[in-house]
Every structure is written in structure tokens, then in C-alpha cells.
Ligand binder design. Structure first.
Ligand code: NAD
Ligand code: MG
Length: 380
């Protein structure tokens, strides 16, 4: 059955690739949203003819409204506009490709309206995993991972009995600065950090890959998606990004999912599950590659990975704090206001300074903790 989707964050790296998949498989796109890149959003709207588009920035929304005045497309604005798109009745699936914790409330609105989710926005699960999981259960909706590692695990698990899993092996490219020492990382710039060896992605996740925070966030994401504790999630550096992740079963059989590094494979699987349809992505030629390499991660130099694991073990609101501190720190680094190594320091400090009286996590507590953590960092 063909889907009708709302695509949140359509102008980003995942958003654009989602539209490639929608174009190829004639998936109806009923709503599009973006922060402020209205030129691209207008182009997308004219091609896919959604009923509504929503723009976070209100000034940009007014400009887009004028630009699309010759069409029947309704232009919404602000946070409420994005939430309205997430709730939009004709869509059965919401693709969340927003970056950062800003994706959390739209995810929640979509679930409450009974929509299935194709989730790229990992921060949703890191900051709000318990609340999101509870709502998913309550509303009986499906959650399909888009993140390549999690899609790989999801694919490997197809056909496995529920109790067969022994551990998850998350692969990591190691990012731009693999093999570097702390000393060598002291003066690296944002421009250097933004050059990822294998993937072309948005700025925030590219910096997260360079610090290995991305892998830390993904350990937490995997824990929520597949209901496994930290001890059952290994991280393995695999520079070529061909094996997207693996599972080890109780009989010590290891199952992996491989492919060229192109997000359109996991995006398509999330939108067409359980079907396997033709893909615009090129075939994998292993003989061309010759060899695949593997290393243990260096969690001393790239301490964000260790910090995320600690936050996951502590549970409650600690992952929310780690995520918020990282988002604030990455922005400061991209703005040229702090050094690369300060990102991990800021995350570590935020985690060590917070105290929570209770393990009970509510949406209000998540939003408040996120806000307070950011505020403390911007005041420094
Ligand atoms: P991006 O920066 O390229 O795009 C982000 C999109 O979200 C844009 O359309 C932007 O307009 C919109 N946006 C930004 N801030 C917003 C806000 N406050 N409210 C509403 N919309 C906002 O990011 P990306 O690389 O496409 O990543 C999107 C998400 O997918 C992230 O959570 C990332 O971790 C995850 N992800 C990305 C990749 C990848 O290859 N790019 C792979 C795996 C997971
Ligand atoms: Mg990933």
C-alpha cells in the first residue's frame, strides 16, 4: 500500500534524500517543513505539491507565502505550524528529519495522532526515549529507524526469534579525526571538522561524528529502539562504512548488513518495509574494496562516547542533559567561540553538575532539563 507522508526537515541532508526516494517510488508527500531555507522549500513544494508547508522562521514563512501565492499550497509558520504538519490528517507516516531536540515535540504529536514514524532525528530518543516509547505503545504506532546503523540492526533482526539476540555491534566510521591525539586536536577548526570521510551530512551530525558524540547518541538510540542495555552494545570502528552494523546471536552467529554509504537505502526501507524495492543507490562491489578494517574506539581521546554510555547507565534525565549540553557546545564550536576539545568538557561538566531527585521522567521534566542545561552553557 502506498504511503502518504509528512516530511519534517525536508531541506536538510536526510530530507532531500527522502524526497529522492519519494520521487522514485511515487510516495505522496502531503506536508513539508523547514527551518528557513525557503528557496529550496519552494522548489520542493512546486515539484511535490504538498497540501501544506510549514516554516519555523516567521519572516521566511511570510516570504514563502507570497512566493507560493499562485498555488493552492497552504503556508504555516512557527513551532505551531511544524506541529500542525506533524499532525496533518491525510499523512499516515511522519518522516522526522529535523536536527536536534527540536524534533521531540513533533515526534510526540505525530504519535498521538496515530501516525507511524520513520525516525532520523535520533535526539528525539536520546532526550525523550522513555516518554516516546510509552506513547508508541499506547497509540499502537510503528517506529522505523532511519539512522543507518539502526536500520542495519533492524534489518539483521528480521526473522530472528525474540530471545536470540546476545549483543549489538554498532559500527562507527571514526569521523574526520580518527587516529588523532588530544594534542593534535587542540587547534582544529570547524571547517576541518566538517570534512567527513564517507558521508555528506548536516553540520551538527558531522561535528558529532568528529567528537564521536554521534556514536554515543546512537548507543542510547539503540538501547531504546531494541530494548538492550549498554553492556550489550559494542562499538567497533570500521573506517570504510560498508558494514552498517551487526548483531551477534546466542549461538555466536554474527549477522551484518552491508551496502555503499548512502542514506537512501535505510530511508527507503523505513518507508517501504517490509518490501525490498529497486534503489537509486549503486551496487556494492566488495572486490573493488579489497578489504574492510576494524579497530577498537579510543574513548580517552573521544570521551563523548564514554560520557553517553555513563548517561545511559544512570538513566532518567542524564541522557537529556548530555544531549542538550552537546547541542549547545556544538553550536558554540561552529560559531568559532570554543575549541573542539571543549565540546566534550562541556558535556562532562554538565553531567557532573546535575542532580535529580527522582527517576520519573515526564515530558515537562525533559523540556525543562533541556532548557536549563542550555541556559547554563550559554551563560558561561
Ligand atoms: P540538516 O541540518 O541537514 O537538516 C535539518 C533539517 O531540519 C533542515 O530541513 C532544517 O530546515 C530543519 N530544522 C533545523 N532546525 C529546526 C528546528 N529548530 N525546528 C524545525 N526544523 C528545523 O540535518 P541532517 O543531517 O539531515 O540530520 C537530520 C537528523 O537526522 C539529525 O537528527 C541527524 O542526527 C539524523 N541523521 C542524519 C544522517 C545524515 O546522513 N545526514 C544520518 C543519520 C541520522
Ligand atoms: Mg548513524
Amino acid at each position: 500500500m502506498k504511503k502518504t507522508i509528512t516530511l519534517l526537515g525536508s531541506t536538510g541532508s536526510i530530507g532531500v534524500q527522502t524526497l529522492d526516494v519519494a520521487r522514485m517510488h511515487h510516495i505522496r508527500v502531503a506536508a513539508l517543513t523547514a527551518n528557513k531555507s525557503i528557496d529550496l522549500l519552494e522548489k520542493q513544494a512546486r515539484e511535490f505539491l504538498p497540501d501544506i508547508v510549514a516554516v519555523l522562521d516567521e519572516g521566511c514563512a511570510s516570504k514563502l507565502k507570497a512566493a507560493l501565492s499562485d498555488t493552492n499550497i497552504k503556508v504555516l509558520k512557527g513551532k505551531e505550524g511544524i506541529l500542525e504538519a506533524a499532525r496533518y490528517e491525510p499523512s499516515d507516516t511522519v518522516v522526522n528529519a529535523i536536527v536536534g531536540v527540536a524534533g521531540l515535540l513533533p515526534t510526540i504529536e505525530a504519535i498521538k495522532c496515530g501516525k507511524d514514524l520513520a525516525l532520523a532525528n535520533k535526539e528525539t530518543l536520546v532526550a525523550g526515549g522513555s516518554v516516546v516509547k510509552e506513547l508508541i505503545k499506547k497509540h499502537g504506532v510503528k517506529l522505523y529507524p532511519v539512522d543507518s546503523e539502526h536500520s542495519a540492526i533492524f534489518q539483521c533482526l528480521q526473522g530472528c526469534p525474540d530471545n536470540a539476540l546476545k549483543k549489538i555491534i554498532l559500527t562507527a566510521s571514526g569521523g574526520t579525526f580518527f587516529g588523532k591525539t588530544k594534542d593534535e586536536l587542540k587547534n582544529v577548526t570547524a571547517a576541518q571538522a566538517l570534512k567527513h570521510p564517507n558521508w555528506s551530512m548536516g553540520a551538527k551530525i558531522t561535528i558529532d561524528s568528529a567528537t564521536m558524540m554521534n556514536k554515543g547518541l546512537e548507543v542510547i538510540e539503540a538501547s531504546w529502539l531494541f530494548d538492550v542495555p549498554d553492556e550489550q552494545i559494542d562499538v567497533l570502528i570500521h573506517r570504510e562504512s560498508i558494514i552498517h552494523s551487526m548483531i551477534q546471536l546466542k549461538d555466536h552467529s554474527v549477522i551484518a548488513q552491508l551496502g555503499v554509504p548512502d542514506m537512501r537505502i535505510p530511508i527507503q526501507y523505513a518507508l517501504t518495509y517490509p518490501e525490498r524495492l529497486p534503489s537509486p543507490v549503486k551496487e556494492l562491489d566488495l572486490s573493488d574494496l579489497g578489504s574492510l578494517t576494524f579497530y577498537q574506539p579510543d574513548t580517552e581521546t573521544f570521551s563523548c562516547l564514554r560520557l553517553c554510555r555513563e548517561a545511559l547507565r544512570k538513566g532518567g534525565l542524564y541522557p537529556t542533559v548530555a544531549n542538550a549540553a552537546n547541542e549547545a557546545a556544538v553550536q558554540l564550536f561552529l560559531d568559532g567561540r570554543i575549541s573542539f576539545l571543549r565540546i566534550a568538557d562541556i558535556v562532562e561538566q554538565a553531567l557532573s553538575q546535575c542532580r535529580f531527585d527522582t527517576d520519573t521522567v515526564t515530558l515537562e521534566a525533559i523540556l525543562e532539563t533541556d532548557r536549563e542545561t542550555r541556559l547554563k552553557i550559554s551563560e558561561k
